[in-house]
Design a protein around this ligand. Structure first.
Ligand code: FES
Length: 180
């Protein structure tokens, strides 16, 4: 072996100190644990907004509801939006009796109210109870207007008005399709 070979020889590897290795490993694991816990908390506290039923549903521009007696059905939100004397209501399709889908009754393109196909409960155009075994009027969802659109919050159901509360039409629906 000559002198050149001696100078290029790599130094022997230093043995890893066991205590230092364990300390570094614990630090890395600790940081990973903190990051994971932080992400999990963020994910729980900031749920992504639900799309469709269970979240806020865009029922379209306010201009769609300017005609008196307008009723529009929204399958993805499971509700009807009705306009009566300038007021908008989002009525849950689920009958408060036993949960069937309440049908929309139409007369000349405008709803005269709602009728449940299961046991015949009838409601006026704003979902107030008219007749049948239902214990109250149709349940509803909160509405807000955002950027000119009707936004319906289907995450919270508001119980319908009690029997006997009648501020809208008192006559029963005159014609009903299957609706269900
Ligand atoms: S479920 Fe609607 S009247 Fe019974």
């Amino acid at each position: 072996m000559n002198d050149d070979e001696k100078t290029t020889e790599a130094p022997p590897p230093q043995p890893v100190d066991r205590r230092e290795f364990l300390s570094t490993t614990w630090k890395v694991l600790g940081v990973a644990l903190i990051v994971e816990a932080g992400w999990t908390s963020y994910d729980i506290l900031n749920p992504k907004p639900a799309v469709g039923f269970g979240g806020t549903v865009d029922a379209g521009p306010v201009e769609d509801f300017l005609t008196e007696g307008t009723v529009k059905y929204f399958l993805d939100g499971r509700f009807y939006v009705t306009q009566f004397q300038g007021g908008l209501r989002a009525l849950f399709q689920k009958c408060p009796h036993l949960g069937c889908k309440v049908g929309d009754c139409n007369t000349a393109g405008e709803s005269a109210g709602f009728r449940c196909p299961c046991h015949g409960s009838q409601y006026n155009v704003i979902g107030e109870y008219l007749s049948g075994p239902a214990p109250r009027g149709m349940d509803r969802f909160p509405i807000s207007i955002e950027n000119g659109h009707v936004m319906v919050d289907t995450s919270s159901v508001v119980e319908g008005p009690a029997r006997g509360v009648l501020t809208g039409p008192t006559e029963p629906p005159t014609s009903c399709g299957s609706g269900a």
